[in-house]
Design a protein around this ligand. Structure first.
Ligand SMILES: [Zn+2]
Length: 424
């Protein structure tokens, strides 16, 4: 890492070639599905949505109707798979079981989503889960006038791509006993591994969110858990919600450290991001955080595949609609081979980084930052509604990554990375 960094600091960057497209006379809201290069279209996905099956206040049917009205192309439902806490043994057993996918029935949950999909075909209804494979008793309930306290319960993992009920029913959600304190990363690693073997994918949910709550007589407290992203391996990525996300995705922060570890070979897989709403009801718009995926076809399987391949970016909407990343690609100048977001390029020589954005007319500029190997390498401030930027960089000495951050008063976009390997 040290040597790698020093090499980068002495890198000479060429001046950016900035091409700003013609000013659009009339601002047009970007379409729901925008054509991009390579036969890909984009879909806006609302990820991490709870329905009445678990902790949400709207039925899946109502959520799809709302999504259709909001311009969301797909809803990734993540109802809590199991919400169960217990203490002691019969006849001194104390248990609380709250609404969840397993209480509702895993097969019934999948059937319900298939049924609402038929009713509202305009929006994709994609089944997923939110799982908590562990909690532990910090204060036992039987000897505590407060009713006891559990910890670590809100350390959550989002699960996508499990399609049959048996795989859901067999998830390891109660394998670690809650009577021997914190078990660290082990229950989560076990869950990640089982989901991967079942053909699904896992994303850490809200790692910077601490939580306190009550479940009947039980008090619950969970601290933020970014350390679990470092202590576990083999998961697909993590989700960005409103709380504390900057300390994950700021240049050089935890995400870049995980991506650097992958480039250096000490992590076996890249770590992708998704945007998450943790949506339970109308308190917050369904499009406040969206994950825009690049897909070849409009299907749940294609959306899941894109999320698991990093072919996506995260959009936080902070104002009026409209900030949109239209393209992020890197091409080898010599061979003209091109990689999309989430992709990998083998470069024989210099590389050309291309970024295109659209945004609503504004008196304030948009800032576009190119992050290379965890550091800001280029910053462009632009005033136009349609922006195309091209930067040229030397061939990297070893595997590296680029990603993009776009910000203006209407929103904030974090792209997934593109990896670049030098040709040997
Ligand atoms: Zn959660």
């Amino acid at each position: 890492m040290g040597l790698h960094r020093r090499i980068l600091q002495f890198r000479v960057w060429r001046m950016p070639l900035v091409v700003v497209g013609s000013l659009m006379s009339v601002w047009a809201e970007p379409g729901l599905a925008t054509a991009t290069g390579q036969g890909l279209t984009t879909l806006k996905v609302a990820v991490h949505v709870h329905s009445t099956v678990s902790t949400g206040t709207f039925s899946p049917a109502k959520i799809l109707e709302l999504a259709a009205r909001t311009g969301v192309d797909a809803v990734l439902f993540t109802d809590s798979v199991r919400r169960h806490w217990e203490y002691g043994f019969w006849p001194m057993r104390y248990a609380i079981d709250e609404p969840s996918v397993l209480q509702f029935g895993a097969e019934r949950y999948l059937d319900l989503l298939r049924q609402v999909q038929r009713q509202t075909p305009a929006v994709l209804a994609i089944p997923g889960l939110e799982a908590a494979p562990f909690y532990y008793w910090r204060r036992p309930p039987l000897f505590d006038t407060q009713g006891g306290q559990i910890a670590a319960w809100d350390q959550h993992v989002l699960i996508f791509g499990l399609r049959d009920a048996t795989a859901i029913e067999r998830l390891p959600l109660a394998e670690y006993d809650p009577y021997h304190g914190n078990q660290g990363a082990a229950p989560y690693q076990r869950l990640i591994d089982v989901v991967a073997r079942s053909g699904g994918m896992t994303f850490w949910a809200h790692p910077m969110t601490g939580h306190t709550g009550r479940h009947g007589r039980i008090a619950e407290a969970t601290d933020p858990y970014p350390h679990l992203l470092e202590l576990t391996t083999g998961y697909d990525g993590f989700a960005l919600t409103y709380v504390g996300y900057l300390s994950l995705v700021d240049p050089g922060a935890l995400w870049d450290q995980l991506l650097t570890a992958y480039c250096e070979g000490s992590r076996v897989r890249p770590t992708w991001i998704v945007g998450e709403l943790d949506w339970r009801g109308p308190a917050r718009p369904l499009d406040a955080v969206l994950t825009q995926v690049l897909v070849r076809e409009r299907s749940p399987a294609a959306v899941i595949e894109a999320l698991g391949s990093g072919r996506s970016w995260v959009i936080f909407r902070t104002g009026a609609h409209g900030l949109a990343l239209q393209a992020f690609t890197i091409a080898d100048v010599l061979s003209q081979h091109e990689a999309q977001v989430g992709g990998r390029l083998t470069a024989k020589g210099a590389v050309r980084i291309h970024v295109a954005c659209d945004r609503p007319p504004s008196q304030y500029p948009a800032t576009i930052k190119l992050i290379r190997d965890g550091a800001v390498s280029q910053t462009a401030s632009v005033q136009e509604s349609h922006v195309e930027l091209d930067w040229t960089d030397e061939r990297p000495p070893s595997r590296g990554f680029y990603r993009v951050i776009v910000e203006d008063p209407s929103g904030l976009i974090y792209s997934n990375p593109i990896f670049v390997d030098p040709a040997s």
